[in-house]
Ligand binder design. Structure first.
Ligand SMILES: [Zn+2]
Length: 279
């Protein structure tokens, strides 16, 4: 479930509570949670958390010791959570990593994920660069309008899968793709290469507005997303189409929100997001 807004909320909380803290110990409960770099685990003991970055739906913790920087990258995509120690989870057996800190506002950070294999990577700078290059396209919050237009014009295929294609645009998943397309009045199956420049710009502005509003609401708590301090995101209350099949369109067009036949997780209004008219 965590998508870009939720990951951004996580990154911001970690900065507030743990930047500058020293990592005393990093306990890894299952070897198969670590994708790469497990032999370097002991290096991190005694290092200081220097930076927290979000890439797509992942969080990179940057640690410094002497003059060296290394990173712990945790995937949040779909099921992962990073939690402070007072935050309870339903299935504590899925806490696979515990980091204990001194000198911060929190004393422990836990990584919870029911999907185990390879969700965490211990990387040096070159490793982080490779990791990012392989996985993440442009960031929807920082990509320029012109770059976004160029990117879209260079692609073919249907619009919604492209918005969710992490190697092209990193961080948007199913919930926000549905919400963005409804607000931009674009059918999920629109052919990308037939969109006009003005339409792509409308999509860009809508994408940034939706993601920023969601971040300011603490994200959306759907399928058990919690911020590290246990708070739930409130953006779910502002969802207009996601999970709203059979309800009247909030634009008052008189039609009901439907799901795409071919893709059951795509919610749209057949009138407001028509696939017929050129826009
Ligand atoms: Zn409508």
């Amino acid at each position: 479930m965590p998508e870009l807004p939720e990951a951004e909320v996580v990154a911001r909380q970690l900065r507030v509570h743990l930047l500058g803290a020293q990592l005393n110990e990093c306990w890894v409960g299952r070897a198969d949670i670590v994708r790469e770099g497990s032999p370097t685990l002991s290096w991190y003991h005694g290092s200081v958390l220097e930076g927290v970055e979000r890439y797509g739906k992942s969080i990179a913790l940057g640690f410094k010791k002497e003059d060296e920087l290394r990173y712990v990258v945790a995937e949040l995509g779909m099921t992962g959570l990073l939690l402070f120690c007072a935050t309870q989870t339903k299935h504590p057996q899925h806490v696979h990593v515990r980091m204990s800190f001194t000198g911060g506002r929190e004393s422990e950070l836990r990584y919870w994920n029911p999907r185990r294999f390879g969700r965490l990577s211990l990387l040096d700078r070159a490793g982080l660069d490779r990791y990012r290059a392989r996985r993440f396209g442009v960031d929807p919050l920082t990509v320029s309008r012109d770059e976004f237009v160029r990117l879209m014009q260079a692609r073919r295929g249907r619009l919604k899968p492209l918005l969710m294609h992490q190697q092209v645009i990193a961080g948007i998943g199913n919930i926000y793709a549905n919400e963005i397309l409804f607000r931009a009045k674009l059918h999920p199956n629109r052919e990308v290469n037939r969109l006009r420049r003005t339409t792509i710009i409308r999509l860009y502005d809508t994408m940034q507005a939706v993601l920023c509003e969601a971040i300011s609401c603490g994200g959306s708590s759907v399928k058990d997303f919690f911020a590290p301090d246990g708070t739930e995101g409130q953006y779910k209350r502002r969802h207009l189409v996601y999970g709203k099949e059979g309800q009247l369109c909030p634009n008052r067009c008189g039609r009901m929100i439907r799901r795409l036949q071919s893709e059951r997780s795509s919610f749209f209004c057949p009138a407001c997001q028509s696939n017929r008219l050129p826009r």
